[in-house]
Write a protein that binds this ligand. Structure first.
Ligand code: CDP
Length: 202
């Protein structure tokens, strides 16, 4: 039996992870950060593996650890994410996760458009590139990474362009998604908008 699925998409560093976790915790749903799948494949490619092969060989342990959070891996992730064979290899895992009877929240770029087009709720979380870069920069500095704000902004813009312009599952809001612009919102305000949207669909 398929459960209640919440699809959360949006551009780089829009805060999807934080609000997805809040929604999952509130409703007792499982949460999958699908960006981690692409990051794990990107990390394997940086280590010398072929991308499609790396995607097919992925195991849950590959998603653990802080090593996937850095900007080099993010760039590598967005490069492997344009390859249709990589996306195809990751499809079944995401769909099975989404079908959990207890309910699931998946966040990424193509959840509402490709992975779960029948999701009960679709949210598209966004913010200006500058706001997103400022948040990501604060997060990376907090973990001791040396990137400047300018470097983080350039990374965010480059990945956004690659994610939106690719032919396979480009980043875009599903026509039936609720769009939430968090540029002027705190994390708590963004999370409460999302909780309301999910609540309305329950
Ligand atoms: O955390 P952040 O928003 O910076 O990125 P992420 O969600 O971890 O995703 C890293 C990269 O994986 C993105 O730039 C996309 O290219 C790719 N991705 C994707 O193509 N499809 C998804 N469902 C999730 C991520």
């Amino acid at each position: 039996m398929s459960g209640f699925t919440v699809a959360i998409d949006g551009p780089a560093a829009a805060g999807k992870g934080t609000v997805s976790k809040a929604v999952a915790a509130h409703f007792g749903f499982a949460h999958l950060d699908t960006g981690l799948l692409y990051r794990a494949v990107g990390a394997k490619v940086l280590a010398g593996m072929e991308a499609a092969q790396a995607a097919r060989a992925l195991v849950p342990d590959d998603l653990l650890g802080d090593g996937l959070r850095g900007p080099d891996v993010a760039q590598a992730a967005s490069k492997v994410a344009v390859i249709p064979e990589v996306r195809a290899a990751l499809l079944d895992f995401q769909r099975s996760f989404a079908a959990r009877a207890a309910g699931a929240v998946l966040d990424g770029r193509d959840i509402g458009t490709v992975i779960c087009p029948d999701a009960a709720v679709k949210l598209f979380v966004t913010a200006s590139a500058e706001v997103r870069a400022r948040r990501r920069w604060a997060e990376l500095s907090g973990r001791g990474m040396a990137e400047t704000y300018g470097q983080v902004l350039a990374d965010v813009r480059e990945r956004d362009a690659r994610d939106m312009e690719r032919a396979a599952a480009p980043l875009c809001a599903a026509p039936d998604a609720v769009v939430i612009d968090t540029s002027e919102l705190s994390i708590a305000q963004a999370a409460s908008r999302e909780l309301e949207a999910v609540q309305r669909a329950r």
